[in-house]
Write a protein that binds this ligand. Sequence first.
Ligand SMILES: [Zn+2]
Length: 368
Amino acid sequence: MKKILNIICITCVLVPLTYSQSFRIKRPVLNHIQTNGSYLYGEPRYGNAALAHLGIDIAARYDTIYSATSGVVTFVGYNPNDTVGGFEPTGAGNYIVIRSEWSGTNHFFFYMHLKTPFVNQNQTVTLGQPVALSGNTGNSTGPHLHFEIRKGSSSYGVNRSRRNAELWCAIDGMGAIYGTVPNAPNSTRVDITPDPKPRPPYTTFGYALTYNFNDPYIGSDDIYGENYAIGDVKPGTYTIRALGGTYTRVVTVTAGEIVNADASVGLFEEELLPAKITLFPNYPNPVYSSGMNGGSSTTINFSLIKEGFANLTIYDITGQIITELFSGFAPLGLSSFTFEAAGLPSGVYFYVLRTDSEMLREKMLVLK
Ligand SMILES: [Zn+2]
């Protein structure tokens, strides 16, 4: 879904702008996937939950790195230090920093672990200009590009200054998904099916992790305000689940589009909910009061289209109450109850659901 903003210019011409839902910068290594088994943005580093991975890792051996933006090179240097608490950026190896303005604010783009920088400090670069050869320098376990975005300042210790590059650039033809899992602890796993990545199926991170700022330097996007993001998503329809399935989203992504997984939630819930109050057939039916065939209980479900009063009562064929299974305030959606038939004589029984607006009746068979 593209958000179209109509902006009235001074010349009074209506200009439709695709504003917030497309990628802002270019991929620094063209069409290279992220590394397999890398740290995700915001993922704890060195097993330390308070120390997050501040960028994304893109698979590149000794490949040309292109500037993701037009800007000015503010730093070219080397940092071998891989000690936590050392000078920053720790273990970056050869790295360059390019400053670019976006939406009136300076942003600093860090390219780390380079083999050879091609640019000098204070040099102006254009979008797509080759700026380095990637490598494996500094604290790096294999050749890759660590790409990091810092908003407002290039300094390490600025709170909430990092932005997730997965929402800023993508492989050609890919999209991205973002959302907010409510009340998610840091690094809550957000699963997505089918595998969205443009490569053979892999095992190490076909998922995202939430970031909720154990590390104060991690930030959410100014446009999206997300706490998870999935980049390089092939066009298609996906199911996203977190927190044991309590957060479930169905999202369709097209090429070049950044989709808010939570925007579809209203529609999705409407589709899931039945249009009317439903009293479902009990299961199993018949139920054996002697316990043969695996037990003497049966499950009775009903579903409400809005929360409210409900009463579920079991009767025998003469209209005598056997038991009141539930009476009270029931939630929107499915409610589930177990009816214990042990010791009951064989026969036909009824269960009746009463709400403020309706009465529904179903039949069950009890056998000894
Ligand atoms: Zn990295």
